[in-house]
Design a protein around this ligand. Sequence first.
Ligand code: PEP
Length: 242
Amino acid sequence: MESVLVAANWKMYKTTADVQHFFDRWSRDPAPPGREVAFFPPFPLLPLLRSLLPQGQALGAQNAHEADEGAFTGEVSCALLKDLGCDYVLIGHSERRNLFGETDARIAAKMRAAFRHGVRPILCVGEHLDERQGGRTLDVVLGQLAEDLGAAPPPSGFDVAYEPVWAIGTGKVARPQDAAEVHEAILAWLHEHHAGADARILYGGSVKPDSAAALLATPGVRGLLVGGASLDPASFAAILRA
Ligand code: PEP
């Protein structure tokens, strides 16, 4: 994909009334040229967003189960996400890995499920603070990529979100030169292992309107995954237009 993706991860925030209020204030204008916007609300809000999203703006889910159906109480399949009109699904967000014990094997199975159902996955990778301080950032990130993507060529497009765990929800944004080093390493890894893949690399971790432009100008950064600053329409619009 040629466009830059600016994605809003709403985590476990917002009610139906909040969503109505957000879209009352969200501009009907199309995204700026070359920019794509996507919203990732909690599961139950997906149909409401589908009905309110302006033309051309995309919908995604924050997680999915790897099976197509079955006795998995509380889970949601990629088949249902497709049925609900999802274009994207986040796979392996650090909150899923760290709070819900998702392993790389599980994440790899979820990636396969997303491909099977034609929902474009955004694979989230990133190091913890102690791993960065110990000089292990690239080993961790490239190791996650290898395990989560596997050796077989991905059957269709996907994106990777580099999200340093120490930057998520902390207000500590990576310096553009640190993001550039990791993005370039991911690009080189993809070129070596999956040359020609249709894949963009997004940065995520405490992106705010005042840091978005420098991050988007960083070599290798083809989009942003935004948590806290996407909850307010004015701040998310400022990031989209950065
Ligand atoms: C995220 O949840 O993916 C994220 C990047 O959150 P925040 O922007 O709040 O750090």
